[in-house]
Design a protein around this ligand. Structure first.
Ligand SMILES: Nc1ncnc2c1ncn2[C@@H]1O[C@H](COP(=O)(O)OP(=O)(O)O)[C@@H](O)[C@H]1O
Ligand SMILES: [Mg+2]
Length: 214
């Protein structure tokens, strides 16, 4: 029987707080896989598909809830993220994997467990609505303290107005830990890497995990 990688691509997810370095590492991993001769597709969530576009519009407040004021209901947004995930898998991830292409996703189910688990206050429900999402071969969690992640975002001028780690950011960090526990309890492979190390060191650690995949 041929090795698994000869017939199906590997599905690798990068996760972490905003500023932990997931976008940087997704790009570097894509480059490295390509350089090793593999076909690779780098993607991100929210996806570029129709539901993902709607999620981005909600996040940037270009689309609001039906009451026409304030934010969309947290549960409604959690459902949109879950719907985008299934569409992302059906339209993009599954076909690539089936064609032998490795897929690297900047965020996936763990982001919903962390963020929507927190904003809805109902982690088991968020887990349930994501129960049909594909299982990654590995989820790599780039662990960085909220203060370090914030410093990077400020240095990159992503959020120049932010000066202090908010209670929300600390809560997201704790929520990620709960999400990691849930995924592991469900039998998923989640590996934590030191996201505070220099870019090249994180990239080397990511590569070691990917090389170790069956
Ligand atoms: N390991 C690292 N050490 C120092 N700076 C980093 C590291 N990884 C990423 N950065 C920088 O931090 C900022 C946020 O990185 P990014 O990859 O966009 O994070 P994320 O996608 O997780 O929000 C960028 O300016 C990036 O160049
Ligand atoms: Mg990013």
């Amino acid at each position: 029987m041929p090795a698994r990688r000869d017939r199906r691509g590997r599905f690798i997810v990068l996760e972490g707080l905003d500023g932990a370095g997931t976008t940087t590492q997704a790009r570097l991993l894509g480059d490295r896989l390509r350089a090793s001769g593999r076909s690779v597709h780098v993607t991100a969530e929210p996806s570029g598909g129709p539901v993902g576009s709607l999620v981005r519009q909600v996040l940037s407040r270009r689309v609001v809830g039906g009451r026409g004021e304030g934010e969309l209901d947290a549960g409604a947004l959690a459902l949109l993220f879950a719907a985008d995930r299934l569409d992302h898998v059906a339209a993009e991830i599954a076909p690539k994997l089936a064609g032998g292409v490795d897929v690297v996703s900047d965020r996936f189910t763990l982001s919903s467990l962390a963020y929507q688990g927190l904003t809805t206050g109902d982690l088991p429900w968020v887990e349930a609505i994501n129960g049909r999402a594909a299982t990654p071969d590995v989820t790599l969690f780039l662990r960085a303290r909220p203060s370090v992640a914030l410093k990077r975002r400020r240095a990159a001028s992503i959020d120049p107005e932010l000066y202090e780690v908010s209670e929300f950011q600390r809560a997201v960090a704790r929520s990620y830990d709960r999400g990691i526990e849930r995924l592991r309890a469900a039998g998923q492979r989640v590996v934590e890497l030191d996201g505070e190390a220099p870019v090249e060191a994180v990239s080397a650690a990511v590569w070691a995990e990917v090389e170790a995949l069956p």
